[in-house]
Design a binder for this molecule. Structure first.
Ligand SMILES: CSC[C@@H](O)[C@@H](O)C(=O)COP(=O)(O)O
Ligand SMILES: [Zn+2]
Length: 216
């Protein structure tokens, strides 16, 4: 399916959802210093052919303008002529869509996610034990244990991608970039938001719990 074949309503719905999520996350202070990026997929999906709307790079994400988003293809190339640049991290979105077939991907930087990624860097994953919010990932085991993968962060974004490919865990709808931020995804914007909120809750929980243990 080409970009032109995708229904206008589908594209408009994605832009409306992105606008809403962006403004909500901005109100929570989740885009400090222009950080973070959001995307929602549109149209049919094949691992080697898909399209999505993504935040333009370097914008103040607490503002709403007519130049906040653009559509790109599976290679991260803009689908229409535009002076906007897609997020610098578009290739990470491309890879997550390619691997998971997700419908939406949200990325934010926070103090808690950055600190826990460093606290657990040596084991390359953030362990979470038996916390109720694990159920937000549709994991219903009694006293579930999960490990949220952490990958290296590089200024050169294509260098991040191979480790994302390698470490992606089909049970866990997110991946942490070391001292950078969390990528969370889901079948749609509702699910990606639920996952992101659960990750952020769990990161703060793990940080505070770890601190209590170290003081004891
Ligand atoms: C300004 S610091 C954050 C950026 O380096 C990057 O990590 C980020 O999340 C936002 O980049 P962007 O190109 O606006 O999508
Ligand atoms: Zn980032």
């Amino acid at each position: 399916m080409s970009f032109e074949q995708i229904a206008t309503e589908d594209k408009q719905r994605a832009l409306a959802e992105l606008t809403e999520v962006k403004s909500l996350f901005a109100s929570r202070g989740w885009f400090p210093g222009t950080s973070g990026n959001l995307s929602i997929r549109v149209g049919d999906y094949k691992p080697d052919e898909f399209h999505f709307a993504i935040t333009a790079s370097g914008k103040d994400k607490s503002l709403s303008t007519s130049e906040d988003f653009l559509f790109v293809d599976q290679a991260g190339k803009p689908c229409e002529t535009t002076r906007l640049k897609p997020s610098a991290e578009t290739l990470i979105h491309c890879e997550i869509y390619r691997q998971t077939g997700a419908g939406a991907i949200f990325h934010i930087h926070s103090v808690f996610n950055s600190i826990v990624s460093e606290l657990f860097w040596e084991r390359k994953s953030i362990p979470v034990d038996g916390v109720e919010l694990i159920k937000a990932f549709n994991i219903w085991d009694e006293e579930a244990h999960i490990d949220i993968p952490i990958v290296s962060n590089f200024a050169h974004i294509p260098s991040i991608v191979p480790e994302v490919t390698e470490r992606l865990d089909p049970r866990i709808p997110g991946i942490m970039l070391r001292k950078h931020g969390i990528y969370a995804w889901g079948a749609n914007a509702f699910e990606a938001k639920r996952h992101l909120e659960a990750f952020e809750f769990l990161f703060e929980y793990v940080y505070r719990w770890e601190l209590l243990q170290r003081k004891a």
